[in-house]
Design a protein around this ligand. Sequence first.
Ligand SMILES: [Zn+2]
Length: 194
Amino acid sequence: MDCIFCKIIQGQIPCQKLYEDEHVISFLDIYPAGPGHSLVLPKTHFDNLLEAESEVLGQIMQACQTVAKTLQAVLKADGFNIFLNNGQAAGQIIHHLHYHILPRFANDDLHIKLPSHKYQPGEMEQIQKDVSSDMVSPDKEQILSDLSKISPNQKLNCTQAFTLAQQYKISKKELGELLDQQQIKLRNCQFGCF
Ligand SMILES: [Zn+2]
């Protein structure tokens, strides 16, 4: 793969390394926005944040904390920004997931300034409604992944469905919706359990 960060990780391209463990590496950005501007990235290649496994994200964030804490102490910084550009539209240039850590100083004259707009009436509520109804928690993601192993043709009976709902600690209604999503049918139940 022609990824400059993978080449750095493999030692084919040199870097000013700050931190390394089994899963994560951190080095100084060669085009810094300020002194100590660093990158933190997983050793495994993921194009972006959405592709990374949750376990990896935990490892990266822990490394971010360690690197940021040390940078702040050593450079006597007053704070730091941590940010990630995800996708070309967001300014991602190297398509290997990486966080930036930028040490900040009280008078560094660096302004990360976002515009402040106003929503049209109802627009904010609409976005909230659309997004929250589509949100899938990691727990639900796990359930869906488990359910996807059940073949759509395989019909469950009520007892099996109850057991699943208990196992996943979700309501009958929620399980019913998930089963619908996976097109898993329940055997006809005369008691209307689901
Ligand atoms: Zn890479």
